[in-house]
Design a protein around this ligand. Sequence first.
Ligand SMILES: Cc1cc2nc3c(=O)[nH]c(=O)nc-3n(C[C@H](O)[C@H](O)[C@H](O)COP(=O)(O)OP(=O)(O)OC[C@H]3O[C@@H](n4cnc5c(N)ncnc54)[C@H](O)[C@@H]3O)c2cc1C
Length: 291
Amino acid sequence: MKPPAFAYERPQSLHEALEILAREGAEARPLAGGQSLIPMLALRLARPTLLVDLGEIAGLDELSLDDGTLVAGAMVRQRRLERDPLVAHHLPLLAAATRLVGHPAIRNRGTLGGSLAHADPSAEYPAVALALEAELVIRGPGGERSVPAREFFLGPFTTALADGELLTAVRFPLPSAATGWGIAEVARRHGDFALAGAVTLVERAADGTCARAAIALFGVATRPVRATAAEQALVGQPLTAETFHEAAVRATEAIDEPLSDVHGSAVYRKQIVPVVVRRALEAAAQRVQAT
Ligand SMILES: Cc1cc2nc3c(=O)[nH]c(=O)nc-3n(C[C@H](O)[C@H](O)[C@H](O)COP(=O)(O)OP(=O)(O)OC[C@H]3O[C@@H](n4cnc5c(N)ncnc54)[C@H](O)[C@@H]3O)c2cc1C
């Protein structure tokens, strides 16, 4: 199918982009890498009358470190997150998550901000942002605001972004040196969206027990969710296979509305959640023990 007709603008500045979006209202859509939006147009699941291409706006594709935080512009391409030495050194979790996103051809065009704004419940980046307690920087007609990841994802393909607003950057707090990370997912083929996935962070206390844990699930609920009961079950406990098994079982408590579709039923997805959580926790523990 061909997309319906639309107009196209390529603003040179953020100010210009926001002006165009304000002028056109809900009929205009930002265009980042186009890897989700263009298929939606082709399938006529979206019918914007104007696409506002963010590709020429200076500053949106920058990566930097700022006081213990990795700041990634919304237009940073996924391929760069996979390969950039700054990411590899300071936030290898983000590089590892990127390798699970589609295929190189998709990652060459797809952007960090596009994935977060698209808010597919099965996508990896939203869960990474949730686990790391990232802040999403948003610019709109009223100025700039910063939204914590836990308040940004509202439901399937629904975020806290209002019409006329743009996601401009993401601030990822860097985990402490005593923190290990893991990411695990089950997908039908490598590069497919996950049927269930987990991102984990495990911080080791001086006595070797778990000081803090973060577990974010994706692919299983209407939006990425933190498995708080499982996280609390880990705190103060030794980093052992038994502890991880018990926490992994409790992770399913976080899923109040399980996804169910042609790729995997709700029952199946809930069954594999403990598997991916345990794998991701074991990977995190191995990394923290190697430090
Ligand atoms: C075959 C295939 C397999 C894929 N597999 C995976 C996968 O396994 N995991 C995964 O996570 N993703 C996967 N994707 C999706 C891919 O990651 C997309 O790149 C991503 O979802 C959207 O990013 P984009 O830059 O292409 O955004 P676009 O497609 O350009 O935009 C997506 C949406 O976000 C809005 N938007 C974009 N940027 C902004 C912004 N800065 N501010 C406000 N709104 C904005 C757009 O208006 C649109 O509604 C796959 C895609 C394909 C085609």
